[in-house]
Design a protein around this ligand. Structure first.
Ligand code: ADP
Ligand code: MG
Length: 255
């Protein structure tokens, strides 16, 4: 079998300050090329910590991570497109310049070329005609699309999405989920999403990992069977949701 794109093996993390906190315990998971995988877990269980470790920003206390076979944190950082919960757009930059920022900072190409590449993708991201607008003039959903465009433009193999829709209203979130399902492959080979929205995880993913409250451990792995590309068999999805909720509740009820 081919090596997975991302392999997380027995990762634990304890923070010493401001007080000792065991954030993650023995987390193992994998993401194959072509996969959309989600991690569902309660707030504070270490999801963002895990992402920071995968992206090479934070060192684990134990365990190891390989992304495209690379264990070196710098190599992993260069292979990850990380999108945060907050859109982190610069208010003084317009849509085009915000979208081009990632490429510009990465030094992949000139500012001019970065803007041209971003411009080419605006229609696909529903941002055509808005290139000169500033973040304050956009809806929350549009701002998240700019942030995602900036991330996908980097063309990193692994897309890391840390609760990208958490701050949006339910309707906008639905819209963006459908759109993300159709779009994420345009830049990356695989996606890993963190969310506490079980329905979102099932709707978007091929596979869902469930994490316990802190210290975060993987307590279940649920495969989402689909009957084709747009095959959202409502009954099968509902069963997956039930399985995930059961895993979350078992842990929540434990002493
Ligand atoms: P989640 O993203 O699942 O909500 P986090 O990964 O942000 O959870 O945090 C997990 C735990 O680790 C929390 O208790 C948090 O306070 C703690 N933590 C996160 N980052 C740090 C840090 N840099 N220093 C100390 N504690 C941290
Ligand atoms: Mg978080």
């Amino acid at each position: 079998m081919a090596e997975p794109l991302l392999l997380v093996n027995g990762v634990s993390k304890a923070f010493a300050r401001p007080r000792r906190v065991q954030a993650l315990r023995q987390v193992s998971l994998h993401v194959d090329a072509g996969d959309f995988v989600s991690i569902v877990g309660p707030s504070g269980c270490g999801k963002s910590t895990l992402f920071n470790i995968v992206a090479g920003i934070l060192a684990p206390s134990a365990g190891d991570v390989a992304l495209q076979g690379q264990a070196d944190p710098d190599e992993r950082r260069l292979r990850s497109g990380y999108m945060f919960q907050k859109d982190l757009l610069f208010p003084w930059r317009n849509v085009l310049d915000n979208a081009a920022l990632g490429l510009e900072v990465a030094g992949v190409c000139s500012r001019r070329e970065a803007r041209e590449r971003a411009r080419g993708l605006l229609p696909r991201f529903g941002l055509e005609g808005f290139e000169a607008h500033h973040p304050a003039e956009l809806s929350g959903g549009m701002r998240q699309r700019v942030a995602l465009l900036r991330t996908l433009l980097l063309g990193r193999p692994l897309l890391l999405l840390d609760e990208p829709f958490a701050s949006l209203d339910a309707l906008t979130r639905r819209e963006l989920q459908a759109w993300l399902r159709a779009t994420w492959r345009s830049g990356s080979e695989a996606a890993l999403l963190v969310t506490h929205d079980v329905r979102e995880a099932v709707y978007l993913s091929d596979r869902v990992y469930v994490m316990s409250p802190r210290p975060g451990e993987i307590v279940a792995e649920v495969a989402v069977s689909r009957t084709g590309d747009a095959g959202l068999d409502a009954l099968a999805l509902a069963r997956c949701e039930e399985q995930i909720l059961a895993a979350l509740h078992v842990e929540a009820a434990a002493p």
